[in-house]
Design a protein around this ligand. Structure first.
Ligand code: CAO
Length: 266
């Protein structure tokens, strides 16, 4: 005879505030006891960033999907354009913005935000893209508005202007608000993949690392090697709003758009 099974006690999920309150506080450490130290205050931007990043990391269920895009044709196109117009040299970012706009148009849930109740999704009909800019005082995210209505050359000029403004302390709060989706590009620096933190109330952010040459078997008989230039993409998304399959489709579409750059020139 088997013993009667006792019903399990009901478990209610703690709120975020309750979970945080239950964490043991970090002990105060006197680092000077281990060696020489120097204490400096965080900049205002770094303190703001710390608060926002902590809130977003703790309150949003992040998943990061990694993929890569074949940008061999895109690199050739950029080189061709740079030779024709050396003063108008364009990085990969304006093309990425265009590819993302196409992705947001095809997958509107990536251009949405949860409302304050958390019960409704607000779908945006505009396409404003935030760009993470590394400045000596910390990270700033100016927003390029109406990217669907701008050409690659216009996006490139605006990107240069806002990153200069960010580094010269010239950005207003207005210029950093209203973004639909953000890009964090570390491609000029390096890396192969990372987990960008979502810039709430946005629901996804694309991280980009340095492109690299990948040997791929080519030809009908796979007897020779083609060297393709691959761009690593890391998409972090809010799993309350976006499912993994949707994230994989969105990133695959980005990769396909970047692999056919002429489609981004229209
Ligand atoms: N792969 C290979 N090379 C790349 C590349 C990539 N993915 N992305 C840029 N490059 C190259 C550019 O073509 C450029 O080459 P040249 O010197 O030959 O012209 C060089 O790297 C520098 O590019 P850049 O970074 O100045 O320009 P950008 O348009 O790619 O990016 C900006 C502009 C503002 C996004 C960037 O300067 C920046 O601040 N990035 C850091 C963002 C950041 O800190 N993110 C982390 C946020 S979370 O902490």
């Amino acid at each position: 005879m088997t013993a009667p099974v006792k019903p399990a006690p009901a478990i209610s999920a703690p709120t975020v505030a309750e979970a945080l309150a239950a964490l043991p506080p970090l002990p105060a450490v006197d680092f000077a006891q281990f060696g020489e130290v120097e204490t400096k205050p965080l900049t205002r931007i770094k303190r703001f960033t710390a608060a926002f990043m902590s809130r977003n990391w703790i309150t949003i269920p992040h998943v990061t999907h990694h993929d890569e895009a074949d940008v061999t044709a895109l690199d050739a196109l950029r080189k061709q354009q740079a030779t024709a117009q050396p003063e108008g040299k364009v990085t990969v970012l304006p093309f990425l913005i265009k590819a993302i706009v196409k992705g947001l148009q095809r997958f509107p849930q990536f251009n949405a935000s949860l409302d304050a109740s958390g019960a409704n999704l607000v779908f945006k009909k505009y396409f404003h893209i935030g760009i993470a800019v590394d400045t000596p005082r910390g990270l700033l995210v100016p927003v390029i508005r109406d990217c669907d209505q701008k050409s690659i050359a216009e996006l490139s000029a605006e990107l240069a202007a806002i990153s200069r403004k960010a580094r010269e302390k010239g950005l207003s709060m207005d210029e950093m608000s209203g973004g639909c989706f953000s890009i964090s590009s570390l491609g000029g620096i390096g890396g192969t993949a990372f987990t960008p933190i979502i810039n709430a109330p946005e629901v996804a952010i694309l991280g980009v690392c340095r492109s690299y040459l990948k040997p791929v078997p080519g030809g009908a008989d796979s007897q020779h090697i083609d060297w393709l230039t691959m761009l690593p993409l890391s998409l972090s998304y809010d799993h309350r709003v976006i499912d993994g399959a949707e994230a994989a489709r969105f990133t695959a579409m980005l990769a396909a758009s970047l692999a056919t750059p002429e489609s981004l020139l229209q």
